[in-house]
Design a protein around this ligand. Structure first.
Ligand code: MN
Length: 288
């Protein structure tokens, strides 16, 4: 199937963690998931009261969480002993795998905090891999600069440039900056599910089939099928292009766990309650 525009979704206001206000793009009623992506949040707040409580310790199993900071500082700590400071333009790619507990807490008391969190599902044979963590500083994210555009390659590949993150599955994560009046073509080989999320300005999203939709700040275009995507912006704009090959496996999800079957979900909850979701689980909670 040639790539088609399926629909445009708007981020839905909600809150998560200890009351951080955010907009949920994927993982909401009108877009529950886009295999393999289970969630995409835009947390963007100028008011410390709307973000100060952060994301205190909580568990995950069966997938990966990817946090991309645009502005602000958050400290990450996890039960595997990792600790890192997420700063402007940096990315943290965390593989929860068999189980991890982590916290993400603001290290700022004023000013804007703005970032995105993506959940990347793992196939059944990788759900129980040991947890992993990649702390990627902004300066280590390669950029491809072309006529009227700049593409930060967080994961996957663009114009032969490999992304900064090592990924377990076939996914791309691009931050695309387009100058006014310019266009850029993004070829996403084999990655049949794609989301183009506008986070600054307005961008026209077109397929090879000459379909097009315009997305404004906070909107996401959802695309399925094979073929390139062309982005055009009348004025300067920034969008995230996130794409992946669908896993095509059953999904059983409950809160912070994403598994294949109900029994595996029950097991995750039992393991967490017994302190066995991750090594050092109680020790990590006790330290917080
Ligand atoms: Mn989390």
């Amino acid at each position: 199937m040639r790539r088609q525009l399926v629909k445009v979704v708007k981020g839905m206001p909600t809150s998560d963690g200890a009351g951080v206000k955010l907009k949920r793009v994927i993982g909401q009623p009108s877009m529950p998931d886009l295999d393999p992506f289970m969630l995409l949040d835009d947390f963007r707040n100028n008011d410390p009261k709307a973000y100060g409580a952060g994301f205190p310790p909580h568990p995950h199993r069966g997938f990966e969480t990817v946090t991309y900071m645009i502005e602000g500082q958050m400290e990450h700590q996890d039960s595997a002993g990792n600790r890192g400071l997420l700063r402007d333009g940096g990315v943290q790619w965390m593989t929860a795998g068999a189980g991890i507990l982590h916290s993400e807490m603001p290290k700022q008391t004023d000013g804007r905090m703005w970032g995105f969190q993506l959940w990347v599902n793992l196939p059944s044979h990788q759900k129980m891999v040991p947890p992993g963590y990649q702390d990627i500083q902004s300066a280590d994210i390669p950029e491809v600069v072309g006529k009227g555009y700049r593409v930060r390659v967080i994961a996957g590949e663009f114009e032969g440039q490999a992304g900064a993150a090592k990924t377990l599955t076939d996914v791309s994560y691009l931050d695309v900056h387009i100058d006014g009046g310019q266009r850029v073509q993004i070829d996403l080989k084999g990655q049949e599910h794609a989301v183009v999320f506008a986070y600054d300005g307005q961008t026209k999203v077109s397929t090879d089939e000459s379909e097009s939709e315009t997305v404004s700040d906070g909107d996401a275009a959802i695309l399925k099928g094979e073929g390139a995507i062309t982005l055009y912006s009348r004025n300067d704009a920034r969008v995230l292009v996130i794409a992946g090959a669908p896993l095509n496996e059953p999904v059983a999800r409950h809160g912070p766990f994403v598994m294949n079957t109900h029994d595996e979900l029950v097991q995750a909850v039992e393991d967490y309650n017994a302190g066995k979701l991750a090594p050092n689980q109680w020790e990590f909670l006790g330290r917080q």
